[in-house]
Ligand binder design. Structure first.
Ligand SMILES: Cc1ncc(COP(=O)(O)O)c(C=O)c1O
Length: 398
């Protein structure tokens, strides 16, 4: 029988610890090559410019930025976000529809808090972002996983879910998805929008990687295809730095009013100090230039990983070809478990994330996520060669 500790709520008892956090402990050993994390490359953090922005903020607004502030967030920062949506995606997003959050991870929690009752249906990508699965799980929904392939989410599988349930939320990462690194095609986005049209399901379009495109053209946002039913999540974590914990939610007025209540109950507001620093940084520096540099570096790292895979992995291993972002996904031949590969790879001092926890139904065991943003090209080659040898050994033992 399940042991219950009276101290804990059912809601927290039912949510497992993050498997990735456990894996990352192994990766702390500096002699281990890690493709496991989901971290942006720290070498690209604009330390000097952020230092200058911080000094300027202290000098010009010291007392104001250290005071309590409004829940919605820094007006100048929200105006910047609104203008950038207009410039980059031709989206009209009123400033009042933007709520600054402590990372987009908080956006997921606030949406769960605001929208979900026990057992409400939530559509999730399969495989899907672990942080979303964890955030929503606290609100005890029933997950309906819909498979994701190279083109995007399967519209027929989505139709089948809508025929059997009335989902409150559909969660999706259409650009350079975490964990697979794939992007939904324009055709796929249109097909999914058509399926959702006329329903009351809210599509959460989580887009922390959208600006990190190495090649190809941007695809239409769900916000443009299904404006009334889409909530957008954005973040400065991947395009600037994650440590200042700044993200945002774009939602229309009725939902926004409730999100503001949830945000007040959670933390009153996101740090006005860090919002002001980022705002000052954006006034004094070119975001485009900075993002171009990140894209160049990640693009080369991605290419290096792909050519190392081509050289070192058995041809039976299928991999995605990301057009941007930070991850690549590999599928091992059936019968080889990624957990077994992980155990032998750790002995060879290279780690990755086995794909198992990204499936809420837990029925796939032969997939893995590889992060390329934090390793230089030489390290990528060495690590992938070690992984290739470990895969071959497991295949020989089959
Ligand atoms: C798809 C996705 N959404 C949200 C987040 C959380 O990001 P933030 O740092 O903005 O909270 C991540 C972080 O890796 C992510 O991959």
């Amino acid at each position: 029988m399940k042991q219950v500790n009276r101290m804990f709520s059912d809601r927290i008892t039912d949510v497992p610890r993050s498997f990735i956090r456990e894996i990352l402990k192994v990766a702390l050993d500096p002699s281990v090559i890690s493709f496991a994390g989901g971290l942006p490359n720290r070498q690209l953090f604009p330390i000097e410019s952020l230092k200058e922005a911080t000094c300027k903020v202290f000098e010009t607004q010291g007392r104001d930025v250290l005071q309590y502030a409004n829940t919605e967030g820094h007006v100048g920062l929200r105006e910047y976000i609104s203008a950038r949506y207009h410039e980059k995606a031709n989206l009209v997003v009123p400033v009042d529809d933007i709520l600054i959050t402590s990372g987009s991870q908080q956006g997921l929690d606030l949406l769960g808090k605001t929208m979900l009752n026990d057992n409400d249906a939530v559509i999730i990508e399969e495989p899907g972002y672990l942080g979303a699965i964890q955030a929503f799980s606290l609100y005890r929904p029933t997950f309906f996983p819909v498979p994701v392939c190279l083109e995007g989410m399967d519209p027929d599988a989505l139709k089948a879910v809508l025929a059997s349930a009335r989902p409150k939320i559909m969660y999706s990462v259409p650009n350079f998805q975490n964990p697979m690194g794939i992007s939904y095609s324009a055709h796929n986005r249109e097909a999914l929008a058509m399926v959702l049209e006329g329903t009351d399901t809210i599509l959460i379009e989580d887009d922390p990687y959208g600006e990190l495109r190495f090649f190809g053209n941007a695809k239409p946002s769900f916000k443009s295809l299904l404006p009334k039913n889409t909530v957008l999540l954005g973040s400065f974590s991947k395009s600037l730095v994650p440590g200042l914990r700044l993200g945002w939610i774009v939602a229309q007025s009725e939902l926004m009013q409730k999100l503001i209540i949830a945000k007040q109950a959670t933390d009153l507001h996101t740090s006005h100090f860090t919002q002001s620093i980022v705002h000052q940084f954006l006034l004094d520096n070119s975001a485009d230039e900075h993002i171009r540099m990140i894209r160049d570096v990640y693009g080369h790292q991605c290419k290096a990983m792909q050519s190392s895979i081509h050289k070192s992995f058995p041809f039976e291993v299928a991999c995605t070809r990301p057009e941007g972002g930070m991850f690549l996904w590999a599928e091992l031949p059936l019968g080889i478990a990624a957990i077994d590969l992980f155990e032998s790879a750790v002995r060879d001092k290279v780690v990755f994330v086995p794909g198992d926890p990204f499936y809420v139904r837990g029925e796939r065991h032969n997939t893995l996520r590889l992060n390329f943003s934090c390793s230089d090209e030489q390290t990528i080659e060495t690590g992938i060669a070690r992984l290739g040898r470990a895969i071959r050994k497991l295949m020989e033992a089959m």
